[in-house]
Design a protein around this ligand. Structure first.
Ligand SMILES: [Mg+2]
Length: 241
């Protein structure tokens, strides 16, 4: 059966994995929102964020993390205030150096599309869609996707079947004809395989928190060395149907 769509994870896949201090990112927010209490606010936001990721993982994606907005409300932040909007901008700016798209992406996406293969992004994220789209636009790849799904907008998250099914439905390509490219064996590869997609693993991401990984004996259908390899892997499968 031919592969007619390739769906990409975002963090650690389209954007190479960076090890960074998450508290530093929240300090960028807190120093603008409440400079008198920045350290403690940054700690609370970091704890709130990690609790949401842990809950999402513990429920195998049946409940997602929700959007950042929900977490801010939970932490007593006035999300309609000017200082919140300025702080949110500072937070997202602090992330910018870590969000650059892999230089192989344009070649991969253009080649797949030239071969009649649809492309999509499916990302577990709390960030708003408009920020993700801004990043993809900045790096010249936004127009190379047929569909984008961000779990800040959905009830569930990877590895739950619901979000993989959503992408398959919206691309109008059956799961068996989709390949999923991702760096997390549980969220990405197991999730994709559980609905009948093929999983291509990006093995570069280091230090994925132990609380966010699991060993189910997951075996990817293919493992790449660099993102550009997606083209040869998919061409190889499509030559052997
Ligand atoms: Mg990832």
């Amino acid at each position: 059966m031919s592969i007619d769509a390739v769906i990409f994870d975002w963090g650690g896949t389209l954007t190479p994995w960076h090890i960074l201090d998450l508290k530093e990112q929240w300090l960028a927010y807190a120093q603008v929102y409440d400079p008198t209490d920045a350290d403690s606010l940054a700690d609370r936001l970091l704890t709130g964020e990690q609790a949401r990721w842990s809950h999402q993982f513990a429920t195998a994606g049946a409940t997602g993390t929700g959007a950042l907005e929900n977490m801010f409300v939970e932490q007593g932040i006035d999300t309609s205030s000017e200082r919140h909007l300025a702080a949110l901008e500072a937070y997202l700016d602090a992330w910018n150096p870590h969000t650059y798209t892999d230089p192989d992406a344009v070649y991969v996406l253009e080649t797949l599309r030239a071969n009649g293969i649809k492309t999509a992004v499916l990302s577990n994220t709390m960030w708003p869609r408009n920020h993700h789209e801004w990043i993809l636009q900045r790096d010249g790849v936004l127009h190379l996707f047929d569909y984008l799904l961000f779990t800040s907008e959905t009830e569930g998250a990877k590895p739950h079947r619901s979000v993989f099914a959503d992408v398959s439905y919206n691309l109008d390509v059956a799961p068996e004809r989709c390949a999923f490219v991702g760096d997390r064996l549980f969220d990405d590869i197991h999730g994709a395989q559980s609905i009948g997609m093929r999983g291509i693993w990006v093995p570069h991401s280091k230090n994925i928190p132990a609380a966010e990984s699991t060993d189910l004996g997951i075996v990817p259908d293919a493992t790449l060395e660099r993102l550009a390899d997606v083209v040869d892997i998919v061409n190889g499968w499509n030559a052997n149907i």
